[in-house]
Design a protein around this ligand. Sequence first.
Ligand code: PHE
Length: 454
Amino acid sequence: MENNDRGQWGSKLGFILAVIGSAVGLGNIWRYPYLLYTNGGGAFLVPYFIALFTAGIPLVILEYGFGHKFRGSAPLSFARGNKKFEWLGWWPSVTSFIILSYYTAILSWAINYLFFSFGQTWGSDTNAFFFGEFLQASSGPFDISGMRWPIFIGITVIWAINWFVSYNGVSGGIERLNKVLIPTLLGIMIIIVIRGVTLPGASLGLNKLFTPDWSKVKDLNVWIDAYGQVFFSLSLAMGILVTYSSYLPKKSDINNSAFITAFSNSGFEFLSAIGVFGILGFMATSQGIPIEDVATQGIGLAFVAFPKVFSLMGPVGTVFGVLFFLALVFAGLTSSISLLEAFSSAVIDKSGASRKKVITITSIVGYLVCVIYATGAGVFVLDIVDAFINSFSLVTVGLLEAIILGWIIGADKIRKHTNSVSIYSIGKWWEVMIKFVTPAILGVMLITKIINEI
Ligand code: PHE
């Protein structure tokens, strides 16, 4: 049954930008730089590129080929490939929705900080401001009292944008948004990097970032981090790439697109690593403290360390702050749109209901769930959900996906399909990756994670 309400990309470029939009997110900006730094600096590039070629790119081709061949969201594609495995499509789709519910909460913080950065209202103690005044983090996960109104307003704005864009369809909404935001984001990043590396002390940060520590290459955990990053960063195992490629016209170059999107994502990661460590080097130098004490990631980097640096910079700091939070919002928005799409598309395919209706209902429910994060329980719930999904769900889905698609639905069939539409063919090596190498690596990752947890 072909649902007429399934959209289609207006151009191959639109598709590629939308996938880059999904891939380039908070992970590129606030996770990768620190990962590179703590896992051996320049030496980390070895596990990173091996992970990219043995799991990242093969899985991107697999998900593209799968969605394109069966022309459906993850559950529909699985159902068409082998009815028994429809559930394996629902798992990542539902996970997408759960991630979406807190990813949008973080985005609402970023949008608030975008406004704060005009007047640098975070003051001199940025840590106390963030946790105390802004989040008003309470003492436990069960305190859902007390609405944090600025966060609530941020959440409302983000969800209104998500709804509006998706409501307008694949090419009329998602493609259009990405065509504007992704080039703008690239421009902003380039400005941040150029100014960042010319700050006094930047070279200190960059030296620390890239100086290779080869002993790390022998550490299993470093390899696990490399695979984990490639996985999360390329938005794999979420049903996103399957869904996005199902909107491509029948004749579209799959293999080529896979390489372009993977390399663009890595390019964004390098850019942000250089920008972030240039700025951290400046902070360490101007404060006279070692870089080890300022290097950090995630929430601590974006909402505590960076606001502090922006304050130290004088008037330039205002511009820097605005650009940085704008980058965070743009990168995050395009990722959140892809999460919403993976879930909604699954529901549209299953129910046959109209896109407009499904997007509207999903947005209302998602918005209501997200509001929990604007209460006292916010950060606690967020940490728990995030840790569970990242350490468990993604790897498990990736593993099952490689096994079921590789062995049961057939890697050979998918390879034949992608080669039939692509200019450059991929060789037999790809089947070996999908059937043996990728599952073996993901299996080791999963076992290690389980052992580490208990
Ligand atoms: N790839 C995004 C990032 O690097 C995160 C993301 C993961 C987005 C999964 C959507 C789905 O931040």
